[in-house]
Design a protein. Structure first.
Length: 262
């Protein structure tokens, strides 16, 4: 029961959606640096190519990509089919791709709901459904395949910002993950969620540029998340150490959701 085997993800096959940038890139880097074979997927082909070039230079593992626009259902199907042609199994699926829309309550549009719920919830289910045969192929009771869904603390609390569709979609994702844990656990596949607090990412950039001091002031640990924080949690959930965790929603937020305010 040594650390090197307990937390090993060496030679595992991993798919990280939105893996070229932001939190997805942090996760991809963590897996590659610990010997995994990581596929990243994004509609930005150039970003995928650049990310893979940088990740492969780090050694130990390997990075490749399959570009896909997750707003297009046919692209999700093509991604699953292409992955199936390249690999006989999938050990870890990280559903990270997401979208946000901030606008005042009075003008919040119907288009925001369609766009955000499609990417943050519907496509997560569809992709998971499509790659389930690959997840099953290499799974066993002692070594299940893993689904790691990237949720948000805004799905656990009421956010100060007016991001109605985003908050609702992440709350829905958290529960979808629990439902999948029940149905897929019987097929030797676990499903868990990381409800992430603030990390330095494209989605958070504008908010952090304006309110970083305020945000950090509301976090008991006094800082935003780092790549090691999110990659470390994913490695734990993807390794033998996390093999019996199923249906959990883990607040990865430095204590944001338990911060008391007078």
């Amino acid at each position: 029961m040594d650390i090197s085997s307990l937390f090993s993800v060496k030679d595992k096959v991993v798919l990280v959606t939105g893996g070229a940038k932001g939190i997805g890139r942090m996760i991809s880097e963590g897996f590659v640096q610990n010997g995994a074979k990581v596929y990243i997927s994004s509609r930005d082909r150039k970003a995928c190519e650049e990310a893979c070039k940088e990740l492969n230079a780090m050694g130990k593992g390997k990075a490749d990509f399959i570009s896909a626009d997750f707003y297009k259902e046919e692209d999700v199907k093509r991604l699953a089919e292409e992955l199936g042609r390249r690999e006989k199994k999938l050990d870890i699926l990280v559903n990270n791709s997401g979208s946000n829309w901030g606008e005042s309550y009075a003008t919040y549009p119907s288009a925001a709901w369609s766009r955000v719920l499609t990417l943050n919830l519907q496509r997560v289910f569809q992709l998971t459904q499509l790659v389930t045969p690959l997840l099953e192929a290499g799974a066993s009771r002692e070594s299940p395949s893993r689904i790691i869904n990237i949720g948000s603390v805004d799905g656990l609390r009421v956010p100060a910002l007016e991001t109605f569709a985003y908050s609702a979609s992440k709350a829905g994702l958290h529960h979808l993950s629990r439902v999948l844990a029940h149905h897929l656990g019987q097929r030797n596949i676990t499903s868990n969620t990381l409800a992430c607090g603030p990390f330095q990412s494209k989605m958070m950039k504008a908010t952090l540029d304006k309110f970083k001091d305020v945000i950090e002031g509301g976090i008991p640990l006094g800082r935003i998340g780092t790549p090691e924080d999110v990659a470390g949690c994913c490695i734990w959930l993807g390794s033998r150490a996390g093999a019996w965790v199923n249906g959990a929603t883990i607040a990865l937020d430095g204590g944001t959701v338990v911060s008391a305010k007078l």
